[in-house]
Ligand binder design. Structure first.
Ligand SMILES: *[C@@H]1O[C@H](CO)[C@@H](O)[C@H](O)[C@H]1NC(C)=O
Ligand SMILES: *[C@@H]1O[C@H](CO)[C@@H](O)[C@H](O)[C@H]1NC(C)=O
Length: 379
């Protein structure tokens, strides 16, 4: 799911297809195995330890519908070919279920209470949250209560980002096949778009916008700007008229890369990102697939670069030619999340674990140690 592993798999497939030198195939296979090993090691371990119970189906209780918005629960088999999953939102099932998915917001605001203790033996509580730490209050109240975490962070027990790349065509209903634009059709009618719903002058992204618009014209959409058309796909349709899209996160945290980035990628607008570090973004997509605000010493320098790219198709092409051969997957909220949780619970039947330092973990920045081990692996 992380890009450098996806890329290794893709290169591997290409190498095989061309049946070029066996040495390159061997190297590719080596990296493939290394990647698979590193990424899937925990899953493999769990699989063998619970092989005996692997055929047992499980039931998950969705404790609250996130943000109080009712959504029909998915059929995990029909939608994702994930078997052995029953989902329910009936709280009376609480004594009988294998796991409870608890969305953070409703607990933090007091709109809902945690389930009653003592909990049924062997039942797992799953902490689910897609807001950044800056917008995740009252974590300290939840220490030692949960068994599994489900979030956008790569080091979650159940990791599901806002979006990710897959090589080739994928069967997922949440996938979208990317194409590289023809060189003749690189130019788009408009330059830079920004969609913002929660405007606050204290945010880094707003300060960035104020400065950027001194040098280039930025079309602002959302509550404070031009109203957006409603309906799914409307943002992507809008962005496909733009050369660049400002994918500016509301706060800067490890792995916190939201649908803003993926909407731009799907629409073929080059994302200009503000959020986690460049290095962190590069774990999710190729280095040239985005422009990072820190790539330039000043906002003015960045603005100049955008204007230059508009008139230099070969350099603009450089930001888009990687697309061929990839699909994006934007996991549907919350169907994909529930079904991924269910698969993880099945794989961990019989094991016990507790999330002791939820707050410390969620705020932590493991990028330094991760990048160090990545260097050692030669990736
Ligand atoms: C909007 O932004 C403010 C300031 O950053 C923040 O306190 C608030 O939680 C945000 N609201 C939402 C819904 O994200
Ligand atoms: C889940 O967490 C609770 C609270 O820390 C703990 O008592 C229980 O043993 C854990 N259960 C499993 C199955 O991991």
């Amino acid at each position: 799911m992380l890009w450098y592993c996806v890329e290794a798999r893709r290169r591997d497939a290409r190498a095989l297809r061309r049946a070029c030198s066996s040495v390159s195939v061997a190297i590719a296979v080596f990296f493939l195995l290394l990647c698979t090993f590193v990424v899937y090691l925990p899953e493999l371990q769990q699989e063998t330890s619970s092989a005996a119970s692997a055929n047992r189906g499980v039931t998950l209780l969705v404790w609250t519908h996130p943000f109080g918005q009712y959504r029909k629960l998915p059929d995990c088999w029909a939608r994702y070919q994930i078997e052995g999953c029953t989902l329910t939102d009936d709280p009376l099932e609480y004594p009988h279920v294998d796991a409870v998915i608890i969305h953070h917001r409703e607990i933090a605001t007091g709109a809902a209470e945690l389930p009653s203790e003592p909990r049924p033996r062997a039942q797992k509580w799953i902490w689910m949250n897609y807001e950044s730490p800056s917008h995740t209050p009252a974590l300290w109240r939840l220490e030692g209560k949960f068994n599994l975490t489900l979030s956008y962070r790569a080091d979650s027990d159940i990791f599901l980002p806002y979006g990710y790349l897959e090589p080739g065509i994928t069967r997922s209903p949440d996938a979208h096949l990317l194409v590289a634009p023809s060189r003749a059709r690189l130019q788009r009618p408009r330059l830079v778009a920004w969609v913002i719903s929660n405007w606050s002058d204290s945010q880094a992204r707003v300060a960035f916008f104020y400065e950027l618009q001194r040098y280039v014209n930025v079309d602002v959409y959302g509550r404070v700007g031009i109203p957006l058309a409603v309906g799914s796909g409307s943002v992507v349709r809008l962005l496909s008229r733009y050369q660049f899209y400002l994918a500016l996160e509301n706060s800067q945290h490890t792995d916190y890369i939201t649908e803003k980035l993926w909407n731009a990628v799907v629409a073929g607008a080059v994302p200009v990102v503000l959020g986690a570090s460049r290095r962190n973004y590069e774990r999710f997509l190729p280095p040239k697939a985005f422009i990072h605000v820190n790539d330039f010493p000043s906002v003015r320098g960045l603005a100049r670069h955008l204007l230059m790219l508009r008139h230099d198709p070969s350099r603009l092409w450089h930001h888009l030619d990687w697309r061929e051969g990839y699909s994006t997957v934007q996991p549907a909220f919350w169907a994909h999340h529930y079904c991924s949780a269910c698969r993880a619970v099945r794989r961990s039947i019989g094991s016990t674990q507790v999330v002791h330092s939820l707050e410390q973990w969620f705020w932590s920045d493991p990028s330094l140690s991760l990048s160090r081990s990545r260097d050692e692996e030669g990736l």
